[in-house]
Write a protein that binds this ligand. Structure first.
Ligand SMILES: NC(=O)c1ccc[n+]([C@@H]2O[C@H](COP(=O)([O-])OP(=O)(O)OC[C@H]3O[C@@H](n4cnc5c(N)ncnc54)[C@H](OP(=O)(O)O)[C@@H]3O)[C@@H](O)[C@H]2O)c1
Length: 325
């Protein structure tokens, strides 16, 4: 038997329940992993609330974890029992002591990366990899605006941008968050709860504005983000922390300067085994070189997943949050 978090209807954190289950035996192409640490991501909140509906109910939750391979299904060749591994992509059910999932989504961990670090960073780090290195391949010398710069994804983005020689302007909601983003390598910060973001970006860039805006806040920041771009520059909308962006009239991209816009996801970039491995290789190398360190700022027992989600949802956290089974 093993414990896992389930929910039977979408809703607030009170819908999450700790259940005792019999872990599924790995089928063809699958492995079962004994989780040592589980990653908590904002997307888990979208799934819990029903913004991204779970495929069936009752449902497990969470897509990220790190642990030890404990059983191997038929046809799996790249993993064996006892391997130290991590994963960042579905199926739902990572908030658990044991999780069974397709081996193709599981990568071996280098000995230098511990379980807590891996669970706190694989999904977020691969996201930053595709955002800064694929969605737009930053070469150094660019100026970008990155919202929620002191959060889990933001903390990694600040460090990666600095390593690339990119000037990252990070938005944050407090002085403490501004200090953290700066310590992580942000070139400048703006408190978007108090300051006029467009005017501050204009000042900071000498009127040039940004080459790319990375916006995971969504509804509250969409239009202001477009106003922070140079003509013909790229708007990357990759999250909905304040609610989804909807009802967009495409003509706005014309009005704001012949802009480009994209709405990417990790699953759209790490969509083949080869691409996943290449992205992991690059991310793990950034950690091993010391260019990126992972701030495992918040640890909660698995049973307190709801409390942990409330802390993230109410903007009380910085860095990454993990659950310990
Ligand atoms: N598309 C993808 O592939 C992908 C992958 C991973 C993550 N994401 C997105 O990236 C974002 C960051 O994810 P994360 O897990 O690292 O979370 P996080 O950044 O640690 O937490 C979200 C942050 O968003 C900011 N925020 C602004 N308005 C908010 C509001 N109304 N409610 C709650 N938070 C608000 C808060 O920072 P301040 O207090 O500083 O404003 C908060 O700390 C999320 O939107 C997530 O969906 C997208």
């Amino acid at each position: 038997m093993a414990k896992r978090i389930e929910f039977a209807t979408p809703g607030g954190s009170e819908v999450l329940e700790l259940k005792e289950i019999t872990p599924a035996a790995p089928g063809k192409g699958e492995v079962r992993i004994a989780n040592k640490a589980v990653g908590l991501n904002f997307i888990d909140i979208y799934v819990r609330t029903g913004l991204y509906p779970a495929p069936s109910m009752p449902s497990g939750l969470g897509t990220e974890g790190a642990g030890v391979v404990e059983a191997v299904g038929e046809g799996v060749t790249h993993l064996k029992e006892g391997d130290r591994v991590a994963y960042a992509q579905g199926p739902l059910g990572a908030y658990a002591e044991m999780h069974t999932l397709p081996a193709a989504k599981v990568v071996k961990l280098p000995d230098t990366i511990d379980f807590d670090t891996a669970a706190a960073s694989l999904l977020k780090g691969l996201t930053v990899q595709y955002l800064l290195r694929q969605t737009h391949e930053l070469k150094g010398g660019e100026t970008i605006l990155f919202h929620a710069a002191a959060g889990g994804v933001g903390s990694i983005a600040c460090q990666w941008a600095k390593a690339l020689g990119v000037k990252l302007i990070g938005t944050v909601s407090s002085k403490e968050k501004a200090e953290l983003a700066k310590a992580n390598g942000a070139w400048a910060t703006i408190d978007y709860t108090k300051e006029n973001v467009v005017e501050r970006v204009r000042e900071l860039t000498g009127g040039e504005m940004c080459d790319v805006v990375y916006d995971s806040v969504g509804k509250d920041t969409w239009e202001m983000s477009l106003d922070c771009l140079k003509p013909r520059a790229l708007m990357v909308s990759f999250g909905n922390a304040s609610g989804p962006v909807d009802g967009v009239n495409l003509g706005i991209l014309n009005q704001k300067g012949s802009l480009f816009a994209t709405r990417p996801s990790l699953n759209g970039y790490a969509d083949t085994r080869e691409r996943l491995e290449r992205m992991c290789e690059e991310f793990f190398a950034m950690i091993e070189s010391g260019k990126i360190t992972i701030d495992v700022a918040n640890r909660y027992p698995l049973a307190e997943a709801g409390k942990a989600q409330n802390a993230v949802q109410s903007r009380r956290t910085t860095g990454s949050t993990i659950l310990i089974p």
